[in-house]
Design a protein around this ligand. Structure first.
Ligand SMILES: [Zn+2]
Ligand SMILES: [Zn+2]
Length: 242
């Protein structure tokens, strides 16, 4: 118990130190080391990150043209639209993995800025909601990066954010630890929605969109609780595995 507490305490204070450090010290570009006063990546490296030209508006799968994909025509996901900034491939996958460690908050701020730049001219949702972690995993990890990303997006886009509406009630195995075939079953009934009036138009926020099972179950719970238009915003999207 004490050891547990100490490890959480250590993670938290390391997290706060990193936060302070990133405010005080401009760092070189995380990818190429170039001197870089404004962001954690230099402009040249930002330009090289793989984005999407055309995607399915519903699930954000890359396509040759902007149109609903075959999968969404056949069995659409619960969310109405999906936005994903980058392809989940090197070096974005490595940057997202680093969000959990030392460069965390700096990278989260960077990704939130990039997302906000792309999203700011749309009709924006009334509320941002992060995909939650179960309290047990939150204690292990120290913070939920989806919530940190949501808070940054909230301040940059001037949209309220709440992390007390969608709750994880089952401590499911991490989706990434399971084969694709088991992920759908694993995440069933994992969420609960608090009895608060939910605005009609909301966005769910997560770091990576993979199979979409987690977001689908979360969006379903929020729709049952009264949301009408549900967007899903993620930093990166994997390319679909068939
Ligand atoms: Zn660079
Ligand atoms: Zn689609």
């Amino acid at each position: 118990m004490i050891r547990n507490f100490l490890s959480v305490y250590r993670q938290k204070s390391a997290h706060q130190l990193a936060q302070l450090y990133s405010k005080l010290m401009p760092t070189p570009c995380l990818l190429c080391g170039a001197n870089n006063p404004h962001s954690c990546l230099c402009n040249a490296c930002i330009q090289n990150l793989a984005t999407f030209d055309h995607v399915c508006p519903r699930c954000a799968s890359p396509l040759n043209q902007t149109a609903l994909c075959g999968q969404c025509l056949h069995s659409p996901p619960e969310q109405d639209t999906s936005f994903s900034l980058f392809r989940y491939q090197p070096p974005v996958d490595r940057l997202i993995a680093n969000m959990k460690y030392h460069d965390g908050l700096m990278l989260i701020r960077f990704f939130a800025q990039q997302m906000a730049n792309r999203l700011k001219d749309r009709l924006l949702p009334q509320l941002l909601i992060p995909i939650p972690l179960h309290p047990h995993r939150l204690r292990q990890r120290g913070y939920n990066q989806a919530w940190e990303l949501t808070k940054d997006l909230s301040s940059q886009l001037n949209i309220p954010a709440r992390n007390d509406i969608l709750m994880r009630i089952r401590n499911t195995a991490p989706q990434t630890s399971l084969p694709y075939s088991q992920r759908k079953q694993n995440i069933k009934r994992a969420f609960n929605v608090s009895k608060i009036t939910i605005p009609q138009h909301i966005a769910l926020i997560d770091d990576v969109l993979t199979t979409g099972h987690t977001a689908n179950v979360a969006a379903k719970a929020l729709r049952q609780a009264g949301a009408h238009q549900i967007e899903l915003w993620t930093i990166a999207r994997t390319i679909r595995h068939h």
